[in-house]
Design a protein around this ligand. Structure first.
Ligand code: 13P
Length: 255
């Protein structure tokens, strides 16, 4: 099954409302043709609305980087799915490795967030990935299998039509170390196998699985030309016009 490519830019804790809108405007003007690639901009919460207002009506979509699973309550500093949606945002990154490892988010929490995002109509981009010590100990598949099983607990096959996955090896994030296409392909194939076991062949085939970790224009083609790698979740290189556009162009040039 052929899936369109997707490129999502995770701006992490960079760009406030004005700077983010300015950069989104630059992207909107310069990325008039996405060559069929779905492009999603994920600014910090405070910039969701200003970025949405700039890209509304264009090919560019907006995603948040996190959310809470409850609908309201005494959760100081947190944000609900409904608040995110009020800004026009359609996607939300969940279980990013920085949330897991810097903010100690558990698979159970991440699962609650995935469930809430689906109930609310936000499209989740669920991230999974192993740490370097786990890879070196030969535990990559075990870790990914657990993150998928626990993160997707209670999610039905029909809900899976909306779920996007992202494989981000923690050791490749922000380090300049990219997984080789062979390493990435092996894990993407493993994820499809796990989806087949958890759901069905149809779900395994139709789910978008992005790769993230030091994606740049010059390694995009090597990674994304494999049929099991449906796109890229980009950090550093998504915050400069030339490199982000270069990645989208490279993804769009893949037959
Ligand atoms: P880098 O592209 O900077 O390695 O970040 C990847 C990432 O964490 C995207 O979510």
């Amino acid at each position: 099954m052929k899936r369109n490519k997707m490129v999502a830019g995770n701006w992490k804790m960079h760009f406030g409302p004005s700077k983010a809108a300015e950069f989104a405007e630059e992207l909107r003007i310069n990325i008039l043709d996405t060559h069929g690639v779905s492009v999603i901009l994920c600014p910090p919460f405070l910039a969701l609305k200003t970025v949405f207002d700039v890209v509304n009506g264009s090919e560019l979509k907006v995603g948040a980087q996190n959310m809470h699973w409850e609908e309201s309550g005494a959760f100081t500093g947190e944000i609900t799915a409904a608040m995110i949606q009020e800004t026009g945002t359609e996607y939300v990154i969940l279980g990013h490795s920085e949330r897991r490892h810097v903010f100690a988010e558990s698979d159970e929490w991440i699962n609650k967030k995935v469930q809430r995002s689906l109930k609310s109509g936000l499209i989740p981009i669920l991230c999974v990935g192993e740490k370097i010590e786990e890879r070196e100990a030969g535990e990559t598949e075990q870790v990914i299998a657990r993150q998928l099983r626990d993160g997707l607990k209670g999610i039905s096959a029909s809900e899976m039509e909306t779920v996007i996955l992202a494989y981000e090896p923690v050791w490749a994030i922000g380090t300049g170390l990219t997984a080789t296409p062979e390493q990435a392909i092996a894990v993407h194939e493993f994820i499809r196998g796990a989806l087949k076991t958890l759901y069905s062949e149809a779900v395994a085939e139709s789910t978008w699985i992005l790769y993230g970790g030091s994606v740049k224009p010059d390694n995009t083609q090597g990674l994304l030309s494999n049929k099991d790698i449906d796109g890229a979740l980009v950090g550093g290189a998504s915050m400069k016009l030339d490199s982000f556009k270069g990645i989208i162009d490279a993804a769009g040039a893949i037959e």
